[in-house]
Design a protein around this ligand. Structure first.
Ligand code: AMP
Length: 613
């Protein structure tokens, strides 16, 4: 077990127990700390070098590997052994990324239909392994600069990372020898860094627009009295500067005759496209040569080809704003984060959407790591007047009767979060209850993603409806879920930590949200049908029991009428017609109600007779 040195006087962790903040980016990564003297967040760098470490790994022919600037040089000369943008592969299956495989110059393989792996010669690496190699390099670098061991870290992830991608990042930290104290969302980290500088009594509502190399996030937050409260978050973990580069590559390939089929050429063209993109952030025309052909790109051409990509981010902004319940006017400030926000069209379209000039004064490359360092300092107990309240990006719930999704924690719930609800059995003597946990926005569980299933067994025999099974969801600050089920009368209990299977893709997340909106009408109809069916089935079961128990007290006409009405209800259940089921349920109720009341009255008066008042 790791030993933690605590300063007894202050109750905080000892200074030599350095907790760093790490921005593990698609393109670049970096480490930041709170400076021991100035108490301000600073990015770690060696003398005049940049704080950014390119997220690139090169595998040499005899197994040696280099990470960062040195590895970047091999992108063109040895593309098959040089891995970039590994973050885009986190938690993905081969099918998720196959469409983009052509933009990667290294080999990705189908790992039995499950998670994607990268093949380098005869070795295979998962995105977790690759991220761990980058984290290890950051750790070594930080230790060299700080001259102390670095064992604990706060690592940032895109807000829209699902549980699987968060767990993968956590695992990568573990593999790199880091105790990952907290996973925090990149835009939230950026807001911490931004909010660090504002006066404590100043209340602000901000939007953080974060477009990096491979991911996009938008978060809406309020900062009030040192409390950072995320109201809503949205995004796409497969959208970023890489896509702008590919759009330029495709444009040039369409216009020119050069061959870009070889890996080396593909890489060179990609790098040329990135160079043009960056150049056009400050100039109007880019010209150059490629394979002895002249190539050019004007700012207008560039903006036309990238507009559809930026449009996607604007759609996400609209969704986040809607979920936050705020209007554009209520957003005081729009903070721009991530290298791709240097593109003027991005600033323009975001300014136009929010109806105000965006704030591009924070350093888009460092701000996320600086925020992570502030969170690290909060966890170390040094910064006490800031509190971060983040949210979960997708709804969590249970399967209930008829395959309905019963949401316990709606999306955008504050984390850590807890919710509990009571359920009961629907069969006499039922001794077990299946607890199936789902994530998603649709009304029927079959349209959402199953996270886990377990059985609460050993419920003592009781009539249907009597056991009280309380199911509770606890989602911790990293977004990892623990589910508990307890039968309150007997005290039997079961708990599991939900381990997502790293299988939900961003397309799935987006599709789930989109589907839930597009299918809202259909879902409501399905829900109504399922509810009608459940009610009908329950009525059939209780009527059957009642008749068996009270047959002697019923007239032959009542018995015949009841059995006919039961048959009609059973038939309607099979026909999936909600209105018919409701009508037949009502008919059966109308027939059974009078004799049920009569028999109840008789038994009450019978009971009263025996008693002396
Ligand atoms: P990040 O993941 O935040 O490090 O962002 C990296 C992305 O920012 C890459 O796609 C870069 O090509 C892009 N980028 C960096 N500098 C510029 C610039 N001057 N103009 C446009 N994009 C840039």
């Amino acid at each position: 077990m790791a030993k933690i040195a605590i300063n007894i006087a202050t109750g905080s962790l000892q200074q030599d127990e350095m907790i760093v903040g790490i921005d593990l980016g698609t393109t670049n990564s970096l480490v930041a700390i709170i400076h021991p003297e100035s108490k301000n967040p600073v990015a770690l760098k060696e003398h005049n070098a940049s704080s950014l470490v390119p997220s690139v790994i090169h595998f040499g022919s005899s197994g040696e590997l280099v990470v960062g600037d040195e590895a970047k040089q091999y992108l063109v000369t040895d593309p098959a052994h040089t891995i970039f943008s590994a973050k885009r592969l986190m938690g993905k299956t081969y099918n998720d990324v196959a469409g983009n495989a052509s933009s990667l110059a290294y080999k990705i393989i189908d790992d039995e239909g499950r998670l994607v792996k990268v093949q380098v010669d005869d070795r295979f690496y998962s995105p977790v392994d690759l991220s761990a190699l980058i984290l290890k390099e950051l750790k070594v670098k930080a230790e060299h600069i700080l001259k102390t061991t670095v064992g604990k870290a706060v690592i940032t992830v895109p807000a829209y990372f699902n549980d699987a991608q968060r767990q993968a990042t956590r695992d990568a930290g573990k593999l790199a020898g880091l105790d990952v104290l907290r996973i925090i969302n990149e835009p939230t980290a950026a807001s911490l860094a931004y909010g660090f500088g504002i006066k404590k009594d100043e209340a602000k509502t901000i939007a953080v627009y974060d477009l990096g190399g491979g991911t996009f996030d938008i978060s809406i937050l309020t900062i009030n009295d040192g409390i950072f409260e995320v109201l809503a978050t949205n995004g796409d973990t497969f959208l970023g500067g890489d896509d702008l580069d590919m759009a330029v590559v495709n444009y040039w390939v369409g216009k020119n005759t050069f061959a870009e089929d070889k890996n080396e050429t593909k890489q060179q063209l990609r790098l040329k496209a990135e160079e043009a993109k960056k150049y056009l952030s400050a100039n109007d025309v880019f010209t150059g040569t490629f394979q002895n052909e002249n190539i050019s790109l004007t700012k207008d051409e560039f903006e036309t080809i990238i507009k559809p990509i930026i449009d996607k981010t604007i759609t996400c902004c609209g969704n986040a704003l809607k979920d936050s319940g705020l209007t554009k006017k209520e957003i005081d400030e729009v903070i721009m984060v991530g290298g791709s926000t240097r593109t003027p069209l991005v600033k323009k379209m975001v300014s136009d959407f929010f109806g105000k000039q965006v704030n591009d004064t924070v350093n888009p490359d460092e701000v996320v790591a600086l925020g992570a360092a502030i969170q690290a300092d909060i966890l170390a107990g040094n910064t006490k007047d800031l509190l971060l309240l983040d949210v979960t990006p997708l709804s969590l719930g249970l399967e209930t009767m008829g395959g309905l999704m019963d949401v316990l924690l709606p999306r955008n719930s504050k984390i850590p979060a807890k919710a509990a609800r009571q359920y009961t059995t629907y069969k006499d003597g039922q001794s077990g209850m299946k607890i199936a946990v789902y994530q998603g926005e649709r009304d029927m569980v079959q349209d959402n993603r199953k996270l886990a299933e377990f059985n609460l067994s050993g419920i003592p025999g009781m009539p249907a409806g009597l056991p009280k099974v309380e199911v509770s969801f606890l989602i911790n600050a990293d977004g990892i879920l623990v589910v508990k089920a307890k039968e309150l009368r007997s005290g039997i209990e079961q708990a599991i930590q939900v381990k997502p299977q790293y299988e939900l893709t961003d397309e799935d997340v987006e599709k789930m949200l989109l589907d839930s909106m597009q299918n809202a009408e259909k879902d409501i109809a399905t829900r109504a049908l399922v509810e009608a069916r459940t009610e009908g089935e329950q009525l059939l079961e209780t009527t059957e029991k009642f008749i068996q128990k009270n047959i002697a007290a019923l007239t032959p006409e009542e018995i015949t009428a009841t059995s006919l009405a039961m048959q009609a209800l059973q038939l309607s259940l099979d026909m999936q017609d909600k209105n018919l089921i409701q009508a037949k349920t009502e008919e059966l109720n109308a027939i059974s109600r009078p004799y049920a009341e009569r028999i109840m009255d008789q038994s009450v008066s019978l009971a009263m007779k025996g008693k002396a008042v």
